[in-house]
Design a protein around this ligand. Sequence first.
Ligand SMILES: [Zn+2]
Length: 471
Amino acid sequence: MPDRFEILHKDLAGRIGRLNTPHGTIETPGLMPVVNPHQCIIPPKELAHMGAKIIITNSYIIHQDSLLKAHALKAGLHDLLGFDGPIMTDSGAFQLSVYGSVDVQPLEILNFQFAIQSDICVPLDIPTPPDVSADRARSELLETEKRLEEAAAQDRPALLAGPIQGSTYPDLRHRAARFLRDKGFDVYPVGGVVPLMEAYRFKDLVEVVTAAKKGLGSGVPVHLFGAGHPMVFALAAAMGCDLFDSAAYALYARQGRYLTALGTWKLEEMNYLPCSCPVCHAHTQKELMESPQKIKLLAMHNLYISLQEMEQVKQCIHEGSLWELLESRCRSHPRMLDGYKRLCAETEWLERLDTATKSTLFYLSPQSASRPEVIRYSRRIDRFSLCGNVLITDDHEADVSGYDHVLHFKPPFGPYPPELSETYPFNAEVPEELDCAAQEQAAKNTKRLIEANPEANFSFRLRHLPEGIGE
Ligand SMILES: [Zn+2]
């Protein structure tokens, strides 16, 4: 058996990986359309045709329906749904969170998932909602951990997921993640976050996901449970989430909502269809509104645009431009920007994980001054050993006679050796008018360099002298 999960490329905390399952290998980040066995808006065969490589369904619904249950036990889940690729199954935890109880024992529903040949099985955990008391979050987490420990002790014919709970308490999320990692699960879903995403609380989402990720360490696949809106894919992937599930494509279609990577529109309020998927290519807005197949067609568009955004995320991870994608996606809504800024506060963590080789850094906003490359350079600038007369200049044609060292100057980095000017990240494309964050970072780095070299005489020939530097 090959390794369960291999990482091929990295950018920020995101990665392109390969997850091996009993029904084949999928590339991550991967999107799993949710299939309701009672009412498929789009049959799984068509989902495969549209580009879905893996789907997720609810084993509890199948278990509670005697016909579906008998079919799944006899011929397997893949035969029941008509899908040949990997299938993940949920346990009924969602029903537990909505109705308060479920009519099945934890090991019973886990063994049922094994018996119907699910590829990724989820034990019945307790999804604790956001903002509950710390006591409740802690006691439900203890119960979840007890059940997960029991599940991990079973012989497993498939991949076993260990959901990370802990409500909106980052310390509990961190502890839960570490506990589960020690038990050796195959996939780690971050659960109980749907209410955060529904309420656009992306700052809180970043807080709990990064806490869980730090507890897990790198190298294991993470599923962001319930993340189906394409506007969050770049942000979630940048935090190191590898699997996403979309019930959104169907739910939003039922409400007449049209998904895009920058947000949601009401179809009835639109005039144009700004997309080239087969649905939007073949219909005008009016035709789509009036079609008897409206819900299915809208669900198809919603899924196409979601799968497309996932490919966009992968392309950006591959070429090392995920930060640029984040910059543009997170400007689609003020709450997304809050989430992005919260992630910028984790720049030291990102800096340790970010190993992507990139071509050009684009400086696009004050948040770009928090990029891992900038922080990394800032940490290393005091390693330059200088003596004698040092010129720091942004005039590359300047007369440098009489100087022992010449350094070029470019915010947000500040001084750097001229021989590196064509290499990453000093080949950065920066706007002509730089913001305060870039100037401040450059000034900070300049001060560190001066302090580290008290024997040297520094002179400046700069269009804008950073505040607090020079004569
Ligand atoms: Zn479309």
